[in-house]
Design a protein around this ligand. Structure first.
Ligand code: NI
Ligand code: MN
Length: 225
């Protein structure tokens, strides 16, 4: 499996057999993304919540590539109303897709679309694909149940926001690493806009001080998991 970071909370997962899964693809209006929406394809699009910097270019990408959306029930209804197909799930539930297993977790945040609809609870997502588990927290504050999530779903790659203001900042994200206890942590949701400026190397050093591994991905970088 490969993981590509577009910046912000946007990632692309490519499975060993070539399926492409986008998570929160926010590209065209994202000043830090080196990739634009017309350059990506998707078999699946996972959305953590309805905010514009997470729904992003999903609908535009879907018009061209006809993916299956995977999201919580209320956001799925919204996607269906827009004319696209979705697999609806909800928090705490997992499902085995043809590419691997998806499970939604809680996240403490909001979820309103750019056109003004409330679309249920925000979520985090666990992806277990090709023998590895990725935990993308979505936008969230720190919560102690992350410890339970990490115990029940041993995490290989932990994608955690560090930009503060709307989500955890660096120190809370360091605590989240301690609670989840992943093999490798990757920071996200920082430096996209001035209001979420944060130094990923400061985060990396604080994670390293706990003897944990952190990788700061370049915008557009792809790694093998
Ligand atoms: Ni948000
Ligand atoms: Mn956000």
């Amino acid at each position: 499996m490969k993981l590509r970071y577009f910046s912000h909370s946007s990632f692309q997962v490519t499975t060993d057999d070539g399926k492409v899964i986008l998570i929160d693809p926010f590209l065209d209006d994202n000043p830090t993304s080196p990739v634009k929406s017309e350059e990506v394809n998707a078999d699946y699009i996972i959305l953590t919540h309805g905010h514009g910097d997470h729904i992003g270019d999903s609908l535009k990408i879907a018009e061209r590539t006809d993916p299956t959306f995977i999201c919580v029930f209320e956001l799925s209804n919204y996607i269906n109303e827009k004319g696209f197909k979705s697999h609806m799930m909800h928090i705490g539930g997992g499902y085995n897709f043809d590419f691997g297993r998806i499970k939604f977790t809680i996240a403490h945040h909001g979820s309103k679309t750019p056109d003004g609809q409330y679309v249920g609870e925000p979520a985090g997502v666990l992806l277990t694909i090709d023998g590895k588990t990725i935990y993308h927290t979505g936008d969230t504050g720190l919560f102690y149940d992350m410890k339970l999530i990490g115990e029940m779903n041993p995490v290989d790659y932990f994608l955690v926001p560090i930009g503060d203001n709307f989500t955890m900042g660096i120190d809370d994200a360091v605590k989240a690493v301690e609670l989840v206890n992943p093999k490798i942590t990757i920071p996200m949701h920082y430096n996209t806009f001035p209001i979420i400026e944060a130094d990923p190397n400061e985060f990396k050093e604080k994670v390293a001080a706990m003897d944990k591994e952190c990788r700061v991905l370049e915008y557009g970088e792809e790694i093998n998991l």
